[in-house]
Design a protein around this ligand. Structure first.
Ligand SMILES: [Zn+2]
Ligand SMILES: [Zn+2]
Ligand SMILES: [Zn+2]
Ligand SMILES: [Zn+2]
Length: 315
């Protein structure tokens, strides 16, 4: 739809008006052959009902519409027009090509979003502002949030039922696998092999670490420290079948002879340099896996590996 003629100052040339709506051309297009110009919306509307030019009745289809000449666009853009919101108090007169950008920031736009001055946090269209009631809006908000929470709670309990079912099935499956493993040597071989490969794959994802101060080793880590390391191992993808054993091996009571006392530890420093250590991400601890350390003797190595926690000194 074109712009209402009464919004413009002075006489408007008939050439600048749309024959369909009689307003000043908005986003104009013209017919390729007869060069009659119309608002884009007006002519598209018209052609959806009949394939003719509204002025001369010659045949016309949407594919025969082209852009209007630059001179026509220039003439249009220089016209002065009053703001869309003049009825709401805007007295500004702008050039037609500046109208769109003015409308975006026009203070008199009745739909302009305004943040509530009482601090309820809502943003309200200006014309609805006088009917805005913070308490009522917030009550509605609380109500919908509560409904959502109830829905989420019931979703969670449903999920929990499914999780528990899956847990039971996994347990059954594990028991079955264990029984197969005990009964059948071939199965045992396959399962052992799969577990070994899993450990090697995991170890490959962990960065190598170098211990610079073996003296910083904590031989009796407390429970909290152990829990923290266990979590870090689990998050790094530690295969579950070795996780508990590894954690047992972070305390000197489970260490091999070559690590068992402070004295042996001091004497064996040179040997420890040969350990292949892996970093436990984000923690002052290293992992010495037996699959990485087949070159070390039983004197200083245990299955499936050692976890060494340090007060400092890891690179
Ligand atoms: Zn029109
Ligand atoms: Zn025509
Ligand atoms: Zn305005
Ligand atoms: Zn409010």
């Amino acid at each position: 739809m074109g712009y209402d003629l009464c919004r413009f100052q002075g006489e408007i040339d008939e050439e600048l008006c749309c024959p369909i709506c009689s307003g000043v051309l908005e986003d104009p297009m013209q017919a390729e052959m007869c060069e009659h110009a119309f608002c884009r919306a007006c002519i598209n509307e018209w052609l959806s009902r009949q394939p003719t030019c509204p002025v001369d009745r010659n045949s016309l289809t949407p594919s025969c519409l082209i852009a209007v000449p630059r001179i026509l666009r220039n003439l249009l853009s220089r016209l002065s027009i009053s703001c869309d919101n003049s009825a709401h108090g805007c007295t500004l007169i702008v050039k037609l090509d500046a109208l769109a950008s003015h409308l975006e920031e026009c203070e008199h736009n009745p739909k302009r979003p305004m943040p509530c001055e009482n601090g309820c946090g809502f943003v309200i269209p200006k014309d609805e502002y006088k009917d805005h009631n913070c308490v009522r809006e917030l009550r509605t908000l609380i109500h919908t949030q509560q409904q959502k929470m109830t829905e989420l709670k019931s979703d969670i309990s449903e999920q929990n039922i499914i999780i528990n079912e899956l847990k039971r099935e996994i347990q059954l499956f594990k028991d079955f696998m264990r029984a197969m493993r005990v009964k059948n040597p071939a199965m045992r071989e396959i399962a052992d092999q799969m577990e070994r490969v899993e450990v090697i794959r995991w170890s490959g994802t962990l960065p190598r670490a170098r211990v610079t101060r073996w003296g910083g080793m904590i031989s009796t880590p407390d429970d909290a420290l152990q829990m923290m390391i266990k979590r870090a191992l689990s998050e790094s993808g530690c295969p579950p079948h070795i996780l508990d054993d590894l954690m047992e091996n972070c305390h000197e009571r489970r260490w091999p002879r070559g690590l068992s006392s402070l004295e042996t530890r001091q004497n064996n420093r040179r040997i420890y340099e040969k350990y292949v250590c892996r970093r436990i991400p984000g923690k002052q601890a290293v992992l010495v896996l037996s699959c990485d350390n087949t070159h070390m003797t039983e004197e200083v190595m245990v299955e499936p590996g050692l976890v060494m926690i340090f007060a400092h000194g890891i690179e």
